[in-house]
Design a protein around this ligand. Structure first.
Ligand code: MTE
Length: 334
């Protein structure tokens, strides 16, 4: 079992369907859906799932139901998804510690439900909303994307989510909104990295996108991966995924979106501006000051099988996003 059960002790038992019951119901629903669509049961459950059937993540039933009903991905069908164990046990989530295994080891007690998201700034529909209300009626889709970390490793992950543009439209941004800022939850009592005296990060973790980047169809908010809800260590219950940018832009466990006229300050840019820019587009021609970005280690790998591959401009998504940066000097705006 990878993830411990009963992670939401504050929710009464009646609010959570036991996992076995839910999975049985899920099988039934998938069968029903397939029958309704005139498809085989195989087809209806064709989301990429972990080979390891012992995987056990639990989310609120309403969210599990949405994730089960996600559409298949038109993206990345030819890519080989990382094993679930790699995607959930090799993470960057400094709120839970600095080592790659810390999030897996320390995030099991984090309470990702109930979840409230606050919408602020230059838009008509400001306020605080239960996640369930915020995304009600939005159809989920699987998106199999390459995730390229600035540290020069990468993985292919089958996310389940929705286009950020759908959410932005619901917020009704004003014409003065030129950027969107994102903020991670701040809960030092549940996040050991946030209460660590060794942490150099000014919490909460913050990120941002230019409005046209946020509206690009490739930019998604994920609520699941591998056909299930997100594990805590991957940013449950709601995270950003921007596949053509270095992974640090894909902020986890988001509690706030703020529409802004000006470029927001972002966590890594504030910490080391000469190393981490606001744009952070994957770019093999612009090295990190301390290492090359020309290639990457595609995980999983090993000493004898390093799996080093060439890094592609915009992580291979240039066709969809290169136009956003026409006439920009990407050495200056790294
Ligand atoms: N979001 C928050 N809140 N805190 C973090 O430390 N790390 C970022 C990003 N989002 C981070 C975060 C970095 S550096 C990377 S590479 C990705 O999350 C890693 O995502 P994964 O662990 O799901 O692979």
């Amino acid at each position: 079992m990878l993830i411990r059960k009963n992670r939401f002790p504050s929710i009464s038992a009646t609010e959570i369907t036991p996992r076995e019951v839910f999975l049985n119901r899920r099988k039934f629903m998938q069968g029903g859906l397939a029958a309704a669509a005139g498809l085989s049961a195989m087809k209806a459950s064709a989301l990429v799932r972990p080979a390891d059937a012992s995987v056990d993540v639990t989310g609120p039933e309403w969210l599990e139901r949405m994730v089960v009903n996600a559409k298949e991905s038109p993206f990345g069908r030819d890519e080989k998804a990382a094993p679930y164990s790699a995607a959930t046990q090799y993470n960057n989530f400094y709120e839970f510690g600095m080592r790659k295994t810390d999030p897996y080891e320390n995030a099991s007690e984090f309470k990702a439900s109930p979840w409230v998201v606050t919408i602020e700034g230059e838009c008509e529909n400001t306020g605080s909303f239960a996640l369930e209300d915020l995304i009600r009626g939005i159809d989920l889709e699987e998106r199999i994307y390459r995730l390229r970390c600035v540290e020069a490793w990468s993985m292919v992950i089958p996310w389940v989510g929705f286009e950020l543009s759908e959410l932005i439209k619901r917020c009704k941004p004003l014409s003065s909104a030129k950027y969107v800022e994102f903020v991670t939850v701040e809960r030092p009592e549940e996040m050991p990295g946030q209460r660590s005296v060794f942490s150099t990060i000014d919490w909460p973790y913050r990120e941002g996108l230019r409005m046209d980047e946020a509206m690009n169809p490739l930019t998604i908010m994920a609520v699941g991966m591998y056909g299930d809800v997100l594990p805590n260590q991957n940013g449950a219950p709601l995270r950003l995924v921007v596949p053509w940018k270095y992974g640090f832009k894909s902020i986890k466990s988001v509690v706030k979106l703020r529409f802004r006229e000006t470029m927001p300050a972002t966590t890594w840019n504030e910490l080391a501006p000469q190393e981490y820019g606001f744009y952070a587009n994957v770019n093999p021609e612009v090295d990190h000051p301390r290492w090359s970005q020309a290639s990457e280690r595609r995980l999983p790998n090993s000493l004898f099988s390093p799996n080093r591959i060439k890094t592609e401009m915009f992580n291979g998504y240039g066709e969809q996003v290169a136009h956003l940066y026409k006439n920009m000097d990407l050495r200056k705006w790294y």
